[in-house]
Design a protein around this ligand. Structure first.
Ligand code: FAD
Ligand code: NAP
Length: 313
């Protein structure tokens, strides 16, 4: 049966940004409604150890997100298992439609729908995901101390990942499908002058191979894009850095975006191009994409929503 639910603050997304917005929104007495989406708990539910959440030297991603959910609920957030399929921001109050049939009428919205790493989509990549294949150097680089690794991509993310990984790896091979990088010049210079990094131009990943027991990467086969020649590169880690896609489907035609679809927010703020709509976490963050930065923005968004609503009254 379809239901209509009115709320002062609708939070869309249940990652660190969404749950933190829930905690702060509840404490501001906004009685927020949080819609979890198809990935309750967000990206951290697909990882194992998280080692950079302050106060927790090591915590499993799903456990951390479950604790955040409890915290938001106990603070007073109504948490709903639903996925928003349509968001009308053309007039206030805003209207969101859930796949369960519920319509949400909201005086303000925190958009916290996150981002997803892009993958190459090959079976061997899928097989070793989490067992040598990663899309997050900050998260997993530490596990490759003294090892040889490869990074795929030629944009800012790939170059930053490669540079960061030199803190751990003995050698980083950057595999790029063209002969020049898309990354900013300053990053390119750092990469090309780094003694631990070897670029391999005009090559694409053909296959990741490794052992089955225990599951682990032992190398990659790469193909020259023009000659088709296959080269074997032994390595223990493969970092795919071919871009992140912000989950902006709900707002890509209504909110201002930049840098490949990330929602634009005002300087030092989570305010978007529509008053009353705030964006927090990876949906707006093309640069850091961390749990802690997302949580910080979730806090900002809820506080800014509170100020916005107070001004309206
Ligand atoms: P996300 O966590 O991306 O969550 C987005 C939420 O939005 C999801 O709950 C989803 O269901 C919901 N959603 C999307 N669309 C809709 C919709 N239409 N309706 C309703 N809900 C919707 N960061 C670290 O700091 N440390 C780490 O160790 C670390 N490890 C990582 C490991 C992996 C494998 C990955 C992929 C990322 C890792 N990160 C890590 C990055 C971190 O997970 C993200 O920066 C963080 O989760 C972003 O939080 P977020 O709240 O913006 O969104
Ligand atoms: P990006 O700029 O889109 O670069 C993606 C890279 O991956 C490109 O070099 C691309 O190759 C390559 N690639 C894409 N699909 C591929 C495939 N199927 N096979 C092989 N290679 C593939 O993505 P990004 O680096 O994540 O950056 C996204 C946005 O965030 C950019 O606007 C970027 O400037 C910004 N960003 C900024 C910072 C910063 O300011 N410090 C840091 C990170 C990201 P081609 O070059 O051949 O297309």
């Amino acid at each position: 049966m379809s239901e209509t639910k009115h709320t002062k603050l609708l939070i869309i997304g249940s990652g660190p940004a969404g749950y933190t917005a829930g905690v702060y929104g509840s404490r501001a007495m906004l009685e927020p409604v949080l819609v979890q989406g198809i990935q309750p708990g967000g990206q951290l539910t697909i990882t194992t150890e998280v080692e950079n959440w302050p106060s927790r030297k090591e915590v499993q991603g799903p456990d951390l997100m479950s604790e955040m959910e409890d915290h938001a609920r106990e603070a007073g957030t109504e948490i709903i298992a639903d996925h928003i399929s349509d968001l009308d921001l053309s007039k206030r109050p805003f209207t969101a439609k859930g796949e369960t049939g519920t319509t949400y009428i909201a005086d303000s919205v925190v958009l916290a729908t996150g981002a997803q790493a892009k993958w190459l989509g090959m079976p061997s990549e899928e097989k070793f995901k989490g067992f040598g294949v990663s899309a997050c150097a900050t998260c997993d680089g530490f596990f490759y101390r003294g090892q040889e690794i490869v990074v795929i991509g030629g944009g800012n993310s790939a170059v930053e990942e490669a540079l960061f990984l030199t803190n751990f790896a003995s050698k980083v091979t950057l595999i790029h499908r063209r002969g020049e990088l898309r990354a900013e010049k300053i990053l390119q210079n750092r990469l090309l002058n780094h003694e631990k990094i070897v670029p391999l131009w005009f090559h694409e990943l053909e296959e990741v191979y490794g052992s089955d027991q225990p599951l682990g990467v032992e190398g990659v086969k790469v193909k020259h894009v023009e000659t088709g020649e296959i080269t074997d590169i032994p390595c223990k880690g493969v970092f795919v850095a071919i871009g992140h896609a912000p989950s902006n489907e709900l707002v890509k035609d209504t909110l201002e975006t930049h840098m490949g679809g990330y929602v634009v927010t005002k300087p030092d703020s989570t305010a978007t191009s529509i008053p009353g709509v705030f964006a927090a976490g990876d949906i707006t963050d093309y640069k850091y994409r961390q749990a802690i930065t997302s949580a910080g923005m979730g806090c900002m968004a809820a506080l800014e929503a509170e100020h916005f609503l107070a001004e309206q009254e």
